[in-house]
Every structure is written in C-alpha cells, then in structure tokens.
Design a protein around this ligand. Structure first.
Ligand code: ADP
Length: 169
C-alpha cells in the first residue's frame, strides 16, 4: 500500500480536513488580565501541548462584545456581560492541537467557578460566574466564527513546533 502524504490529498481537493489542524478561540477576560493571570493561563495550555497560533491584547468596544456574545442576547445578564468584556484589556488567542476545542473547555472548567473542579482554570482561579476570567469556544462552528470575529486570517501563524513529534509520535 502506498502511503499518500496529507499534502497530496489537499492538492487533489480530497480529505482537506485531514490537513486542517483543530483551532479554538480562547480569551482572558478583563478580570483575568487585571488579576495578573495571563502567564498562569497561557502556561496551562502550553504545558498541555497546545500550540499558540495567534495572540493580541485588545479593549473590545461594547458593540464588539455584543457580537461576540450574540447567542446570549436574550439573557438577563447580557448587558452587564458586554459592559464587563469591554471594560478593559482582553487577551485574545487562538490555540491549535488535537481536541483543542473540547479539551480546552475541560482545562477551563464549568461556566460557574463554584461548579468547576479543582485543577481547572476557573476551579482554581475564580469564584463567581460573572468574573470567571476566561472564555473558550464551545464547538467547531463557534470556534470558526469567533476566530474570524477576533482575528484577520493574516494574524494566524502556521508553523511546525519541534515538540510535535514528541507530542503526537
Ligand atoms: P461559557 O463562558 O462557559 O461558555 P456561557 O456561554 O453560558 O458560558 O456564558 C458566557 C459568559 O456569560 C460566562 O462565561 C459568564 O461570564 C457569563 N454568565 C453566564 N451565566 C451568567 C449568570 N447567570 N450571571 C452572570 N454572568 C453569567
């Protein structure tokens, strides 16, 4: 049996998904930035084995926050949530790796820090739901939409990490 490299499939327009790495949108909210938790949070994703492919520090406008949280527009906390997200610097990131979307959510923990297990980011570092320090995409479609909302395609950096052969074998 001839092994056909993934790139060859891509050229033929087949199995393009085999060559598309999984990416998730992760943001450290203003409370996480102000509390000095950037390095701690990045470190957890980095040590797990995920690869940082985009990062920037931005203060989103309220309109931008409303776009980001559009799914929650009918919830009573929506306005306060958007005021909060736009109240200071947010560290927006894209992380890449196998299972990054679902496992990223595991690293983050439950929405309410009171219900997050110890060992998770919210479990270890946050106390209440309105100040839960971090956002992570909850599925492949939202990941795609959120990455497109927060980043230009040119801001995403594709590169091979030397650790990959040790992470994936
Ligand atoms: P997650 O961030 O875990 O994906 P949701 O998408 O349900 O959770 O909610 C988005 C954000 O809205 C939460 O991270 C939290 O900051 C805020 N939020 C959710 N529920 C409440 C609530 N009951 N009161 C205040 N803020 C909330």
């Amino acid at each position: 049996v001839l092994a056909v490299p993934a790139a060859a499939y891509m050229l033929q327009g087949q199995e393009a998904s085999a060559a598309e790495p999984e990416r998730t949108f992760i943001a450290i909210k203003p409370d996480g930035v102000q509390r000095g938790l950037i390095a701690e949070i990045i470190s957890r994703f980095e040590r797990k084995g995920y690869k940082l492919v985009a990062v920037k520090l931005v203060v989103p406008s309220k309109e931008f926050a409303q776009k980001h949280y559009h799914d929650l527009k009918d919830r009573p906390f929506f306005d306060g949530l958007c005021d909060f997200l736009s109240s200071g610097p947010v560290l927006a990131m894209v992380w890449e790796g196998e299972g990054a979307i679902k496992y990223g959510r595991k690293l983050i923990g439950a929405t309410d820090p009171q219900k997050s297990e110890p060992g998770t980011i919210r479990g270890d570092l946050a106390v209440v739901v309105g100040r839960n320090i971090i956002h992570g995409s909850d599925g492949p479609e939202t990941a795609k939409d959120e990455i497109a909302l927060w980043f230009e395609p040119s801001e995403l950096v594709s590169y091979t990490s030397n650790a990959e052969k040790w992470l994936y074998g």
